[in-house]
Each structure stands twice: as C-alpha cells, then as structure tokens.
Design a protein around this ligand. Structure first.
Ligand code: WTA
Length: 649
C-alpha cells in the first residue's frame, strides 16, 4: 500500500465477517461481469408478491434514458420491512427510540410497529389518501415519523419527507412541487432542549402554497404546546388511529411504482424532487446495510442522521428494517445536554454500530477527550461516516476516541440520487486509509473522467462518474424528466455524473475531493448557490448576489455571500442582520451565512457570467491565486473586492 497510515482488517474481524478481502474481489468481479445475474440473485432477499422475471432494463443514453429494475415484479415495501419478520422475530426491537432528554427512551418491537403502521395506514385511507398520492411528512425524530413513512408505503402513497429544520417558505415550495394535498406533522419538535413550532410552520406553508391546495393536516400532539386548529382541515393523529383496525392489507405495488420523493439541491434552479421506486431501492439499501455494516441480527445499530435526509431514509428506516435490525432513532443532537451525550447513549443502550457525519465528529473533536472520557464504549465494534469528506485528522480522532483504536471505520460515499452507499469499505475485507471511501460496492462501476469526458486510467484525479446503473439509482426528477437527463447525463455522454471530484491512488482507492459544481456542503447539508442567490435577490434591497463556499473548520464549508445593494441603500450591520434573517426565513437556519460582503460590482465575463472562481479565492484570502482575470468585463472590481474583504477580516 502506498500511503503511510493504513489500517488493516483487525484480527478480531478476520473470519467473522460476511466478506473477507478475497471474497470481496471475487464477488465484485462477478457482480460487474454478470451484473444482471448478480442482481437477479440479490433481488431474492426481498419477499415478492409476484416474482420478477426481468431484472435489468437500463440505458444512460441521453436520447433514450431509462432505468428499470425488476420491472415485472410486485411487492410491498412496508410488508418487507415489517410483516415478514413477525413470525420469527415479532418480539425483537425494531426501533430503539432515544429522546432528547437523557434517560428517556422507548423500544418498539416489530409487532408493535406493524400494528401502529397498519392503524395509521387505515387512518390515511379513511381520510381519502390513495395509492400514488404525494404525502408530505414534516416531523421531528419521533417514532410516528417512521410510522408515517411506512404507512404511506403500505398503501402505495408516495411520501415526501421535508427536513423539519426547513422554513415555511421552503416547505411550501416542496409541497407545491409535489402537488401534495396531505401533510403529516407534529404540534412541535424538540431538539437540544429547544422546541420548534412545526404546526405553525405548516399553517404558514399552507397559506403560501400556490400550486396545491392542502386538504388535510394530520397533527401528532407530541408536546403540551397548544396550536391553532383549523376545523375540517386539521386532524389529531391520536384520534385518527384510535378507532382503526390493526389489519391493513399491504397494497400490491409494481417494483417501479414510486416509493418516495426527496428534495435535494443542485447547481441550478430550485431543489429537485429525487424520485425513488420500491423494488430496486429496497434491494439496494437492504444489501448495502447488511454488507457495509456487516450487520448481524440482534445488534443495535445507530445511524445518527435525520429522516429529513436520504441517510435517514435508507439507513435509519428502509435498509435496517428490511433486514430485521434494531435501528436507533435519536431525537436530539450530539452535544445536548453536553458533549458526552453520544458516548452515554452508546453505553446505556450497548450499541454495536455508530454511523455519523464528519461535521458531528469535528464538533466533538474540538472538545478533545471530553466526549468519550469516562465512557466504556466496549459494546462498539464498527464506526461509519457519511455526507462529506472526512479529513484524516478527524478520522483518526474518531478511530481513537470512539473506536478505542479497535473499530474499523466505513467511510461511505453516496448521494440522495444513488439511494445507498456506492464507494465504501467493507469492515472484514478492506484495509482502511483515513480519508478515503476506498472501493466500489458490488455492482458499482465508478470511473474518473477529464473535463472532455475521457476516461482516466490508473492513479488519476478527475470528475467522478458511474458507468452503469444499480438498483438503488433515482429514476427521475419528479415532474421534470428532462431535468433528470440534463443534470446527470448531459455533461458526459453515456455516464451518470455525480457532481463530485475525486482522486484514485495507485491501490485503486478513491478519495473524494468535494463538489466540482455550484453546490455547497455545509455541515453535510447540500445547498445550491443558485437557490441561495435567488432567495437573496428576492429581497427588495438586493440588486445582485453571488454565493460561494469557504472552508470552515467545523462545518466543512461555510456560506460566503457577496451582495450589491440597490443604489442609495446604506450597507451596514443593520442590513447584514436583515439579510441573514431573510435567508434563514426563506430557507432555514442551515442557510445562515458566515460572511456577507458588500460588493460595488461582481467579477463578470464580457458575456455577463459571474466568475465564481475569483470570488472563492477572495473569500478564502487566496489573493495570489486568482488566475487569469483579463477576460473580465471590468477587472478593477477585483481590487475593490479584495480591499473590502481585507476590511472585514
Ligand atoms: C458528499 C448524502 C466525501 C458528496 C448521503 C456528495 C461525501 C454529497 C461522502 C451528497 C463521503 C457524501 N465522502 N463526500 N463519504 N458522502 N458526500 O445527497 O459531495 O445529501 O455528492 O447525500 O455529499 O449529499 P446528499
């Protein structure tokens, strides 16, 4: 191996995992040589109502783009996550819910979860929700959120989960795009000791909707907070399920029927509704959950994500439950009431597997030994990360502190679009290098290409693409198939373009270098610069705005905003505060900028295109690396921006 610090498979793992190194290479080779045969076999891990005969029908050609897996099979995703475990494992814990306040937790068995899902599914039916309807879920991390997702899947409704940290404006945009007429929410959510008025946000969002008219809002009255009630529209969750039968036959769904929409940011326009279907997605998340985490039944597995993101969908809910796992659902944040909380939860519940974002690791690392001092952590045997590149230093800290030097770390690279992990170590098979997502999962064919789309061989750096389909791949952008084609398949002919850059070393290991498009990754949350800019120019004071990312120690990237105000307006602290709050209201607190810099003008080419490269360098104080500025319409703006920047620092 070429890098100095490598971490071989620990002795305790050898021979005890699903997959060793030789096994990985053998199966990987088979999975790409006979891709269809591989997935034909793997699809059998699910229970099908009508078994599939056709496995793969996919094309990445721009003029004939289609992705279909198991297309003549029928199944029900919720039945695969619940019903089939009942006979032998009905009493084992499906969800271990851990509350925001220490000491508060609840175990929900597969039998109980099945009952709750059936009742709520019947409740939704009684409200008139039908197969194919889009149901918005805007919920805190409480068991009812999982129940809501699975109840939709059970009756064939398409859920659209919106992160509960998004503002009413952002929520309304997603409800409108999905033409969603039903929303499920809670009166309030509690995180880090603070309560958020979710139902009030829904009320405002309903008023803001232009394209859809919301007919019903189902409210879990979770806290004692009182909310305004709209008779005829609002419906109390408790009352709705009270009278319902425990029996709700699972709807027979085609493998390619939509399972969910999840909105994510791209480099242009408003967020895209990423659409996933049932059969291929569940096959993929179930297989990856089992192999990436080397999951064994009975183990307690904790993915510390939020169901508002794809990680929560795939690796809190669908993957683990399809595998009959015990999945931890944590309501709170990693540092409440203090930084020892994560370690305390692990010890209290004897958790074996922890999967968490680098941003949380870095935040804890800033506290040194404190987060794990005095904890046992004996139960842990595997660690994972996802969402952003992890710097080797944070990797090593995670390995030493939580892993006590003995737990492997699976650094999994994937996207909302990919449904599940694509590049990842397997704990019993892969020698680890801190900061590398290592090798492709079974059936995955990554490649690096230069800007002209030429495939690079050997050790190289370039744009990360995928050459062939996999069952967990998104199928389309909801309501806009052309945007799907344009976004992912038009940059490089016949390839899926991830938007990420990566390096491959001499051992064939991949190192993700981050987005190469205009997408930011702030604390693991994806945000489009275009989305932020259009929110800013919607403010009456703003003439023009440009947004770039700057390196940030804890968040990975921070938001750096350049604003040109309309003439005659006073730039100053009051205006800064105003614009900061504006962004928080338009999008949500995750969109809070680090810096707002006033700009008399922005660096533009003669054709009027903003040169973000220059803005990124100025924001990062790298004035000596601006590159060629001679193509600018007015090169003098650069010096003005540098002077203004210097006055900020
Ligand atoms: C980034 C989250 C480096 C990447 C599952 C990708 C990563 C985007 C990793 C997708 C990783 C995700 N190493 N970067 N292990 N995992 N990313 O859609 O830039 O919220 O394109 O999906 O996160 O973010 P998304």
């Amino acid at each position: 191996m070429s890098e100095e610090s490598v971490y071989p498979v620990p002795a305790a793992y050898a021979g005890h995992t699903l997959m060793n190194e030789t096994g990985y290479f053998e199966l990987y080779n088979r999975s790409v040589e006979d891709n269809e045969g591989f997935w034909r076999e793997q699809g059998r891990r699910l229970d099908w109502i009508k078994p599939y005969t056709r496995v793969k029908d996919t094309s990445f050609a721009r003029d004939d783009l289609h992705i279909r897996w198991y297309q003549d099979g029928t199944l029900n995703v919720a039945a695969n996550c619940l019903d089939r475990h009942l006979a032998e494992h009905g009493d084992s814990t499906a969800i271990l819910w851990v509350g925001d306040e220490p000491g508060v937790s609840r175990e929900i068995s597969y039998r109980e979860l099945h009952r709750d899902v059936c009742r709520f599914a019947n409740g939704l039916k009684s409200l008139g929700v039908r197969k194919g309807d889009v149901v918005t879920i805007y919920m805190p991390m409480i068991p009812e959120a999982a129940v809501a997702m699975l109840a939709c899947a059970r009756i064939g409704a398409v859920h659209s989960v919106v992160f509960a940290g998004f503002s009413p404006e952002a929520l309304a945009g997603r409800m409108d795009d999905g033409r969603s007429r039903t929303v499920i929410t809670a009166n309030a959510g509690v995180r880090g000791g603070r309560s958020t008025a979710l139902k009030d946000n829904v009320d405002r969002a309903v008023d803001l909707c232009r394209e859809t008219s919301v007919e019903q809002v189902v409210v879990v009255n979770y806290t004692s907070d009182k909310v305004r009630w709209h008779d005829g529209r609002d419906c109390d969750y408790g009352e709705l399920v009270a009278g319902q039968s425990d029996d709700c036959p699972a709807e027979e769904m085609n493998a390619e029927d939509p399972l969910f929409i999840l909105y994510t940011s791209g480099s242009t326009g408003k967020p895209k509704g990423v659409l996933h279907t049932g059969g291929g997605y569940l096959t993929y998340v179930s297989l990856t959950h089992e192999y990436v985490f080397d999951y064994r039944r009975g183990e307690r597995y904790w993915c510390a994500a939020d169901i508002g993101w794809v990680t929560g969908h795939s690796y809190i809910i669908y993957g683990p439950l399809a595998n009959g796992a015990t999945t931890v659902m944590y309501e709170g944040v990693p540092n409440y009431p203090d930084v020892t909380r994560v370690a305390q939860i692990i010890d209290e519940h004897q958790i074996e597997i922890l999967y968490i974002a680098p941003t949380a690791i870095r935040a804890l690392m800033a506290e040194g030994d404190k987060p794990t001092a005095g904890a046992s952590l004996e139960s842990l045997r595997l660690l994972g990360t996802v969402g952003e590149p992890i710097n080797p230093q944070a990797w090593q800290w995670y390995h030493q502190s939580f892993g006590r030097g003995r737990c492997p770390i699976v650094d999994t690279w994937w996207q909302t679009e990919t449904g599940g992990a694509m590049l990842t170590p397997l704990p019993g098979a892969t020698t680890l290098k801190p900061g590398s997502a290592t090798r492709p999962f079974f059936g995955v064919r990554p490649a690096l290409v230069d800007n002209e789309g030429n495939i690079l061989e050997g050790a190289a750096e370039g744009n990360l693409v995928l050459l062939d389909s996999w069952p967990g791949q998104m199928r389309t952008v909801f309501g806009d198939h052309q945007r799907f084609v344009d976004t992912y398949f038009s940059t490089f002919d016949g390839m899926y373009f991830s938007g990420d850059g990566a390096r491959r070393d001499a051992d064939g290991y991949y190192w993700i270098t981050g987005r190469v498009d205009d997408v930011l990754n702030v604390s693991g949350h994806r945000m489009g610069t275009a989305e932020l800019e259009s929110a800013l120019v919607a403010h009456e004071a703003v003439a023009e705005a440009a947004v770039v990312g700057v390196p940030h120690e804890l968040k990975g990237q921070g938001i750096y905003v350049y604003v040109t105000l309309n003439s005659g307006l006073e730039p100053g602290e009051a205006m800064r505060r105003e614009l900061r709050n504006w962004l928080r209201n338009e999008i949500g607190p995750i969109a809070t900028p680090e810096v707002i810099q006033w700009a008399a003008g922005l660096p533009k080419t003669r054709s009027g295109k903003i040169m973000r490269r220059i803005l990124r360098k100025i924001a990062a104080d790298e004035y000596d690396q601006l590159g060629d500025i001679s193509t600018l319409a007015d090169p003098s703006v650069v010096q003005q921006l540098i002077d203004e920047r210097a006055s900020l620092a």
